[in-house]
Design a protein around this ligand. Structure first.
Ligand code: HEC
Length: 162
């Protein structure tokens, strides 16, 4: 086989491989597992969260309560927005931008529904990030769970009612 033919075959199989991969993942890689760094990368780069939607009953900048701060926006991915009733489907990601009074972003808090991760608390993976992605808290965070338990019947989500 000529060198040139080998190169052509090589390139063709690379193209075919990436097309197959693209089709298998719907053109986009899905969310990772309960891994704060990978999750940050996913919702800031792979599927930028500020381009997701809002819950129909919680759009745009809204006033909030302690401990999250005075103002916030809550973004929800497609899987979460397509829910018709609780519980939300696995793969749901809810990202909350928390602002201070001066409308400066001070923290990003996230709930990510992961199959089998924590069945006694809705299988949510909890994370608090600083702007830029530094992880404050992550996992089965007791503080988050204890307070959000008040809305267990809404699958632990405060701002949206079905
Ligand atoms: C003392 C109560 C309390 C604690 C602790 C708490 N939250 Fe919340 N959280 C709320 C309330 C109330 C809302 C509704 C929005 C608002 O008022 O800010 C909310 C909203 C959210 C939302 C938007 C979805 C929803 O439930 O409405 C996310 C995401 C979230 N919190 C993540 C977290 C994470 C992660 C932690 C822990 C690091 C945490 N929360 C700790 C009370 C709490």
């Amino acid at each position: 086989m000529s060198k040139r033919l080998v190169v052509i075959i090589g390139v063709l199989s690379l193209v075919a491989g990436s097309i197959t991969l693209g089709l298998a993942t719907g053109g986009q890689a899905g969310p990772p597992g309960p891994d704060a760094a990978a999750l940050w990368k996913f919702f800031t780069q792979v599927s930028p969260y500020q381009q997701w939607g809002y819950f129909p009953d919680h759009k745009g900048m809204r006033p909030g309560r302690a401990p999250h701060g005075p103002l916030h926006k809550v973004f929800v991915n497609k899987v979460g927005l397509s829910a018709k009733k609780v519980p939300y489907a696995y793969g749901t990601i809810v990202v909350k931008d928390n602002y201070n009074k001066a409308r400066k972003l001070v923290a990003i808090t996230v709930m990510f529904k992961v199959k089998g991760y924590n069945p006694s608390a809705g299988d949510w993976y909890w994370v608090m990030y600083k702007p830029g992605g530094k992880v404050g808290r992550a996992g089965k965070v007791k503080g988050c769970i204890k307070c959000h338990a008040a809305v267990k019947n809404q699958d632990w989500v405060f701002v949206h009612k079905f």
